[in-house]
Design a protein. Sequence first.
Lengths: 112, 113
Amino acid sequence: GDSVTQMEGPVTLSEEAFLTINCTYTATGYPSLFWYVQYPGEGLQLLLKATKADDKGSNKGFEATYRKETTSFHLEKGSVQVSDSAVYFCALSDRNGNQFYFGTGTSLTVIP
Amino acid sequence: DTAVSQTPKYLVTQMGNDKSIKCEQNLGHDTMYWYKQDSKKFLKIMFSYNNKELIINETVPNRFSPKSPDKAHLNLHINSLELGDSAVYFCASSQVSGPYEQYFGPGTRLTVT
């Protein structure tokens, strides 16, 4: 079946460092891909999305590109801030919206 | 104007009790969900409802039952609470048309003592 695999954390970075959180997926057909962010004590918020191959989702300085050839959707940010400390989830929806899968989450801590 | 709201935010109760968590969405979405998040942040889908019909029912204990009085509400009832039910429960909703992103409520932290 469909699934999402993301890198295990926790990840600790210094402020202004470059961030990459890896996400790969397994799916039949052409899924939609998402990154969600969960700040401490809050619910999940949609960070960005991509619906077809080579699409790039971006928001708040974060980017991810839908790579069909490598079945990946890695999250990147050029310069992280302390306020980016959160748990990040990669997710997949099948093309019909019948199934939605979350990765296990990656905890990010940014230190000043 | 909160999109997906849940009440209560915190719920502390004793083993054996019955409790409910309410969820409402004002996004006009067709599908609503309940998730359980454990202490390691792992998300497990419990139920989803589409137009008042249960379309996903994962292998959760039958002590848990979703109830949807209308398209905008999906409540979660839990009978005979156990220690292992302690977790954060999230409600979410999505539109039936693509790309199907889900919108989450703020969560309800349930603690069973």
